[in-house]
Design a protein around this ligand. Structure first.
Ligand SMILES: Cc1cc2nc3c(=O)[nH]c(=O)nc-3n(C[C@H](O)[C@H](O)[C@H](O)COP(=O)(O)OP(=O)(O)OC[C@H]3O[C@@H](n4cnc5c(N)ncnc54)[C@H](O)[C@@H]3O)c2cc1C
Length: 176
């Protein structure tokens, strides 16, 4: 699976970020981890065991990216082991649409973000199994101990971790 990997001394001219979509299941199916694993298996199968990479422009055109096209691209993949292909053949429609809409929305404030040559790797999967039990005021069963962000098990991303910090800060400010 794809994930961030940073070296202190080795730098790349590219920048990257993960676009994560949350899926919740209740009735009649309630096994999100099994579901996500299947999505991962499907994508890896299409990449013959490698990470799939596709140009954003090809996603919008409904075509796969060919290795020859990728080799001519101005954006050179940092992950050299990735296979050019069709992410959309394995990614369920709902997260795919959300990812496309997110990229287009960010392009409004960061022009070029939705460039045809922007590379999409897939899949990044995150599992949320262990969560610290808390009420809506972030109170645990230990008085005055609050667990926020990733340490709480409730978040796995920048936005939601930040929101938890903001809500806790507002609460502390109110108390004071
Ligand atoms: C390689 C990588 C790539 C990622 N990419 C993305 C991405 O593209 N998009 C996205 O949404 N999310 C991404 N994430 C996840 C995101 O970074 C985290 O969800 C988010 O940073 C969690 O924020 P946080 O404040 O809960 O914890 P953290 O950001 O981990 O902050 C915890 C802080 O506590 C400090 N600390 C630890 N122990 C102590 C101690 N004893 N005393 C004092 N300080 C201490 C740590 O040094 C750290 O600064 C990525 C994570 C990694 C590791």
């Amino acid at each position: 699976m794809v994930n961030g990997h940073s070296y202190k001394d080795r730098k790349s001219p590219n920048t990257n970020l993960a676009v994560l979509c949350s899926l919740n299941f209740r009735e009649p199916f309630d096994k999100p981890i099994a579901y996500a694993k299947k999505v991962g298996e499907m994508t890896n199968m299409l990449g013959a065991g490698h990470i799939l990479v596709q140009r954003f422009g090809d996603v919008l055109e409904g075509k796969r990216t060919w290795p020859k096209e990728l080799s001519r691209s101005n954006v050179v993949p940092t992950l050299t082991d990735a296979e050019a292909g069709d992410i959309t053949a394995a990614m369920p429609m709902r997260p795919m649409v959300e990812i496309i809409e997110f990229i287009k929305a960010v392009d409004e404030v960061v022009p070029g973000f939705a460039a045809e040559e922007t590379l999409l790797y897939a899949p990044e999967l995150k599992f949320y199994s262990n969560r610290v039990k808390m009420d809506e005021r972030f109170e645990t069963n230990v008085a005055r101990l609050h667990c926020l962000g990733d340490s709480s098990g409730w978040t796995r991303g920048l936005m939601m971790a930040s929101v938890m910090g903001l809500l806790m800060g507002e609460r502390l400010a109110d108390e004071n």
